[in-house]
Design a protein around this ligand. Structure first.
Ligand code: ATP
Ligand code: MG
Length: 227
């Protein structure tokens, strides 16, 4: 199996009220293509920050990040944006669907963002059907249940067929039934599409759906500095 993501001694410092804080220190991790990985760890330790660095939404202060052996830390903004657009899909705890757009338009927009010339409507309808949301495609997000909104945000994330799907507490706002449904769907996506999935969760029962689980402590080379 080939390594798609390698983090080598990643450091992240933040400035808060003019004081420097080290959040991630000597953080090393490697992820194979097709892996399904859960990241757990105490609140505030830096899980979301790490996920954002992996997804090129944030940038490390020091260290090396290799994606397919290409050094992301040496890329300019344009190259990183290209990488993000081409290879990553994201889902978040709070769904982050665009409220004034229909479910169909939310999903179609992701496809258009990737390729403005693509006919996004039929593809979007197809994936919403797969996710049991055909009857809701013209509804606005706030007309859907939490589980349906999360499935819509998953449809939006995978419609571009990303190689890596990043999920930050994807079941955090869902009840037990919908949480298991979401994890089963993620597992199916991992198996049928060979999508590499990295998810953050507090819930060890949800982590059990993954091929492996790591705690933040185990991938931080040094103690994490807290405020
Ligand atoms: N842009 C920022 N500026 C200043 N501080 C930040 C910033 N982003 C994150 N932090 C701080 O970094 C710490 C880690 O944040 P992060 O969101 O990565 O933790 P987490 O492990 O995901 O926590 P949780 O489990 O509660 O979601 C927190 O103390 C947070 O306040
Ligand atoms: Mg978080």
């Amino acid at each position: 199996m080939s390594e798609i993501i390698q983090l080598q001694k990643i450091k992240k410092t933040l400035t808060k009220r003019r004081q420097q804080h080290t959040l991630l220190d000597e953080c090393s991790l490697s992820v194979n293509q097709g892996d399904m990985l859960a990241i757990t760890g105490q609140s505030g330790i830096g899980k979301s920050t790490l996920l954002n660095i992996i997804g090129c939404l944030d940038f490390p202060t020091q260290g090396k990040y290799l994606f397919d052996d290409h050094d992301v830390t040496k890329m300019n903004i344009k190259q990183r944006n290209m990488l993000r657009k081409k290879h990553f899909g994201y889902i978040f705890q709070q769904y982050l669907l665009i409220e004034h757009l229909s479910v169909l338009d939310n999903v179609a927009l992701a496809l258009q963002y990737r390729n403005p010339r693509q006919n996004s409507c039929s593809e979007s309808k197809k994936i919403l059907n797969e996710f049991g949301l055909s009857n809701h495609e013209n509804h606005k997000p706030n007309e859907l249940s939490g589980g349906q909104q999360q499935r819509a945000s998953l449809a939006r994330a995978i419609i571009t067929n990303p190689r890596v799907l990043l999920a930050d507490e994807p079941t955090g706002a869902l009840d037990a039934h919908n949480s298991h449904l979401m994890m089963k769907t993620l597992k199916e996506i991992n198996q049928s599409r060979d999508t590499t999935i990295i998810l953050v969760t507090h819930d060890l029962e949800m982590a059990n759906y993954c091929k492996r689980t790591i705690t933040m402590e185990s991938i931080l080379g040094k103690a994490v500095a807290h405020e």
